[in-house]
Design a protein around this ligand. Structure first.
Ligand code: NAD
Length: 277
């Protein structure tokens, strides 16, 4: 349908523009699930800081495409979330460009697949830093402002691996279980201030993160890559289908809407039935 936006421009848009005027940070959004969520929030009218690594020219093209398509402002930060200084720079960039930050999506994450006794200690440190600690550092710095303004949304992209474990993923499973504890705590602390915090727990989504672990899983288990997809990745996913980034973007947008104001501290599986077993 065609609508007038806040600036008086004619704008072809979906009816669900519930986030016009809101400002969001989505970490790890140059690719995969983060990009799906950033796109959905922009489609709902939010201005978004995208973050992550990749080809700078491609990222700039993406930034301009999203801004033009959804008539919002999109900025980019290359902050490396293992670094405290970079996290502060990301927040400074966001507040300098947008002012108040209303929505924080902690999505950046990496994986390493290896038996425990061979698991490199530096991979443990990196996974804990990116997949868990960065969510704490960002939420800690943005939470006070959200509480003061009486509105905020923090969405942590955890995983089905925040609810159940798989072998050879010690650091990832530990970080994702930790993410659920952080989510519950922030949910409780924000509950009387209009600030919700929830975790989305996806099953397998066919993104670069998953594509990259197929050869290592094949090696660790001594099976072929096709067998990894059929017998490992989708074995527990009852639908036998990958979750899509669009489905996760739609849930994130819903969690930011007023209809979701009473959902907080929750871990929401989007896993094709995996954790129903
Ligand atoms: P992806 O590899 O496609 O994207 C990861 C993003 O994080 C990229 O933008 C990358 O540049 C960014 N990133 C990596 N290291 C970073 C760092 N140090 N600082 C800043 N950004 C960094 O992965 P994805 O599959 O889209 O995963 C996104 C999130 O979803 C992760 O937290 C992951 O654990 C979670 N998840 C993924 C799946 C899945 O099946 N793909 C399932 C459950 C949960």
């Amino acid at each position: 349908m065609t609508k007038m936006d806040g600036k008086g421009n004619m704008n072809s848009t979906k009816e669900f523009r519930c986030l016009v005027g809101k400002n969001a940070i989505v970490t790890g959004s140059t690719s995969g699930i983060g990009l799906g969520i950033a796109t959905a929030l922009a489609e709902a009218g939010a201005n978004v800081i995208i973050n992550g690594f990749g080809d700078v020219i491609e990222i700039d093209k993406l930034r301009m495409e999203l801004a033009e398509r959804f008539n919002v402002t999109i900025e980019y930060s290359d902050a490396d979330l293992t670094r405290q200084d970079d996290i502060s720079h990301l927040i400074n960039l966001a507040t300098a460009n947008f002012g108040d930050i209303d929505i924080l999506v902690n999505n950046a994450g990496i994986q390493h697949v290896s038996p425990l006794e061979e698991f490199p200690a530096e991979k443990w440190d990196a996974i804990l830093a990116i997949n868990l600690s960065s969510a704490f550092h960002l939420a800690r710095q943005l939470f006070g402002g959200m509480k003061e303004r009486g509105w905020g949304r923090i969405i942590n992209v955890a995983s089905a691996h925040g609810l159940v474990a798989s072998p050879y993923k010690s650091a990832y499973v530990a970080a994702k279980h930790g993410m659920l504890g952080l989510t519950k705590t922030i949910g409780l602390e924000g509950a009387e201030f209009g600030v919700t915090c929830n975790a989305i727990c996806p099953g397998y989504v066919l993104t670069p993160l998953v594509e990259k672990q197929i050869p290592d899983t094949a090696k660790a288990r001594g099976i072929s890559e096709q067998e990894v997809v059929r017998d490992v990745l989708l074995a527990a996913q009852a639908t036998k289908e990958f979750v899509t980034t669009e489905q996760l973007g739609a849930l994130a947008t819903f969690l930011c809407s007023d209809a979701a104001a009473q959902i907080t501290g929750a871990a929401l599986p989007v896993d094709g039935g995996w954790t129903a077993h």
